[in-house]
Ligand binder design. Structure first.
Ligand code: NDP
Length: 472
């Protein structure tokens, strides 16, 4: 275990300084308990089947997730017959996917960002990431917004002018494409695993636990790269995953139009609310460099396979459901969903913005019209350097310790509620996001507590709730 020396500094609120020794933890664990190991092995075994089950339920059972289970239980069907009815791998899907990923690699690597030169307020181009445990600061080429704009401009140009392919192409190849995404997801995770042993980008930032399953899933290398600029984390999370999200939704919308001759208000709501979330991600891609994914998670199957398969298939279940069930919402229902989505987004964005502004200006800013209050902390990195940091205790960060997650969950609930109440399949997303963000919150707080020690305790005393004031 990493041993660090740390000391606290006098805070702006005039609290006293103290000196102490205490272990700090960055990123994922060094040691694996049995509980984590069982969780890891279960996820490795079952996550691909969960994805298959949901997509198959829509394809064969009109999005009912209980019907296949009932039929299996009563003997009306068998696992083999479900498998036999499922579309298999096709070379045309492989060609589509290879062109798609190749095109995203090309945009990511070969077209430096120019949008930051003419879009006011947008931060793109070469940006610094956060300091790694070994004390490194990586540089990133931030061009995600540009890639998203070019990709979508081409999509619309094709749909309305060139007609190279049908806008329903993604829906029409959805299951064959799933096999291709799995091939890439497993290939990239396995490559990252082997690379960490034989040619790591920065060996000082690698973490080995001695448990092969845990290493494979949670990753060994912190910031694996090929060459100077191809960063695995930034590319795989943003490009084949999040750029695809809005295209997949557009393909579902086109399919609804093709099948029923009209587009429902629920489909428009899902497309608009999720597009806001995706555009927000790319607008703030430089900020993403400071999130847990980049600052603390190592790159393994969790990120590699998750970005290639889990994200595009399960984050888009609402649109898929609406192709099979074209729900037309009442005006009141649609308005309630829109409000929930927008308020959730506002909380999510403002909370993240407050922390970013506060950290960037080192506290010399205004939050809700006042000078921010904070707790000052210090910690030591693996290279022995002493660093200082501040934990904000005003604005949304004074309401709860992860109010950004609360806003995110409100937005997620809005996507699900847009699908009406006919089936539970579209509600998978809110259940999953709640588990993901509560787990992430606990994981992050455990790490912060190790990193900041008594200062973290002072912070949790000042802001006692995690997500919902008065409840949790
Ligand atoms: P945060 O942006 O909340 O970052 C947590 C880190 O911020 C902590 O590790 C700590 O880092 C620092 N911090 C904690 N408290 C404070 C404070 N009071 N003042 C200043 N800094 C503080 O978490 P994430 O990176 O997980 O999430 C970013 C956003 O991404 C969230 O809005 C989340 O909802 C969203 N998200 C969405 C996902 C999706 O799949 N849709 C998945 C994951 C996240 P330090 O060590 O620097 O002090």
């Amino acid at each position: 275990m990493e041993s660090t020396r740390r000391r606290t500094q006098p805070s702006s609120n005039g609290k006293t300084s103290e000196h102490m020794e205490q272990p700090a933890q960055w990123g994922r664990a060094w040691e694996v308990d049995w509980f984590s190991l069982i969780g890891v092995i279960s996820l490795l075994c079952f996550a691909p089947f969960i994805v298959f089950y949901f997509v198959m339920a829509c394809d064969q059972y009109q999005c009912s997730i209980s019907q296949p289970l009932f039929e299996l239980y009563s003997g009306e069907t068998t696992l083999l017959s479900i498998w036999a009815r499922s579309p298999s791998f096709t070379w045309s899907a492989a060609k589509i996917y290879a062109i798609w990923v190749g095109f995203q690699v090309f945009l990511y690597m070969c077209i430096p960002d120019v949008t930051n030169k003419f879009i006011p307020g947008y931060v793109g181009g070469v940006q610094d990431g956060a300091q790694t445990p070994a004390g490194l600061i990586n540089k990133y080429e931030i061009n995600g917004l540009q890639c998203w704009l070019i990709t979508h401009a081409l999509w619309f140009a094709n749909a309305h002018y060139f007609h190279w392919f049908s806008p329903t192409i993604i829906f029409d190849n959805w299951i064959p494409l799933m096999w291709c995404t799995n091939i890439l997801g497993y290939a990239v995770s396995t490559f990252a695993f082997i690379k960490a042993y034989f040619f790591p980008t920065n060996s000082e930032d690698c973490k080995f636990t001695g448990n092969i399953f845990y290493n494979y899933m949670m990753g060994i290398e912190f910031n694996p790269r090929i060459g100077k600029w191809f960063d695995f984390k930034l590319f795989f999370n943003g490009r084949p995953g999040i750029v695809a999200w809005t295209l997949i939704n557009l393909s579902y919308m086109a399919k609804q139009q093709e099948l029923y001759g009209h587009i429902t208000n629920s489909m428009i709501l899902v497309n608009v609310l999720q597009a806001i979330y995706v555009l927000d991600f790319f607008w703030n891609e430089a900020w993403y460099l400071k999130t847990i994914d980049i600052c603390h998670d190592h790159f393994g199957w969790y990120l590699g396979w998750g970005d290639c398969v889990w994200l595009p298939y399960l984050y888009t279940l609402q649109g898929l459901y609406l192709v099979y069930h074209p729900v037309q919402l009442s005006d009141a229902h649609a308005l309630a969903v829109l409000l929930l989505g927008l308020v959730g987004y506002y909380i999510f964005r403002s909370t993240n913005h407050q922390k970013d502004l506060f950290r960037r200006t080192e506290g010399s800013c205004s939050i809700w019209g006042h000078k921010p209050t904070y707790i000052e902390c210090s910690y030591q990195s693996a290279d022995g350097g002493i660093h200082h940091s501040k934990l904000l205790t005003s604005g949304f960060w004074g309401v709860a310790r992860h109010f950004n997650y609360t806003g995110d969950l409100m937005g997620s609930l809005a996507y699900c509620a847009a699908c009406g109440f006919g089936h539970i399949l579209p509600y998978f997303y809110i259940v999953y996001m709640t588990i993901l963000l509560v787990h992430r919150c606990v994981r992050d707080e455990h790490r912060c507590s190790s990193k900041y020690g008594k200062d973290w305790k002072r912070y949790t005393d000042a802001v006692p709730y995690r997500l919902i004031p008065g409840m949790f």
